[in-house]
Design a protein around this ligand. Structure first.
Ligand SMILES: CC(C)(COP(=O)(O)OP(=O)(O)OC[C@H]1O[C@@H](n2cnc3c(N)ncnc32)[C@H](O)[C@@H]1OP(=O)(O)O)[C@@H](O)C(=O)NCCC(=O)NCCS
Length: 176
């Protein structure tokens, strides 16, 4: 199985590559999660035209057995560096470990593609997300002043480096 087809699956959830038909639902989650959501066409661009993109979704199986996308991540991979462009879990499914699982699987997949460092921007006031990233070894390396145009909020720039085999072992021990 190639990286692009890789899936992780448990009895009721799986993390799999994002498909074009996921985009309306992904956009719905985006609108519920961010003050400045991406337009649907940005996701279409990422899937169809951006060869550097890794885009994954979290899919759960509902009690009626139908699948439902409840989270997504988009990562840009340039050489051995990755930038996590967006990550969100649907509000109704938060605090159940899906964010941890999605971030862990994203880090696994980018490491397998040879990435050694990952960065992201997060709103200064978004402490919950910052806590999640810190759990995975991201640390604050800078600030981008007035980065978010809706309220002029600063972005915190976070990085995790030394990604590699040892980090993968450590991730395994986190049992996420
Ligand atoms: C950030 C986000 C993806 C986390 O998803 P989630 O499924 O709720 O996350 P999990 O339940 O797996 O928790 C992940 C970690 O986040 C932190 N966290 C998330 N919500 C928290 C809360 N309400 N209180 C305390 N810590 C919280 C914790 O460190 C937690 O790890 P722990 O449970 O082992 O302590 C989700 O809150 C979200 O989509 N937020 C809106 C979009 C967003 O802010 N994305 C990040 C932008 S950079």
């Amino acid at each position: 199985m190639s990286d692009d087809q890789r899936e992780i699956q448990t009895h009721s959830m799986k993390i799999r590559p994002m498909k074009l038909e996921d985009v309306p639902r992904v956009h719905e989650i985006d609108v519920l999660s961010f003050a400045l959501p991406w337009p649907e066409k940005s996701y279409l661009f990422e899937l169809m035209e951006n060869p550097t993109t890794l885009a994954l979704v979290v899919e759960v199986t509902q009690t009626n057995h139908s699948p439902l996308v409840i989270g997504m991540v988009v990562v840009w991979i340039i050489m051995d560096e990755a930038h996590i462009a967006t990550i969100a879990i649907h509000p109704a499914y938060r605090r159940q470990g899906y964010g941890n699982k999605l971030l862990a699987e994203t880090l696994r997949q980018i490491i397998q593609r040879g990435v050694v460092a990952a960065t992201l921007e997060v709103r200064e006031n978004n402490q919950l997300a910052q806590q999640m990233y810190q759990k995975f070894g991201f640390r604050i390396v800078g600030h981008r002043l007035h980065y978010y145009k809706d309220n002029n909020e600063d972005a915190v720039l976070m990085t995790v480096d030394k990604l590699g085999v040892q980090y993968l072992d450590w991730l395994g021990q986190l049992a996420i």
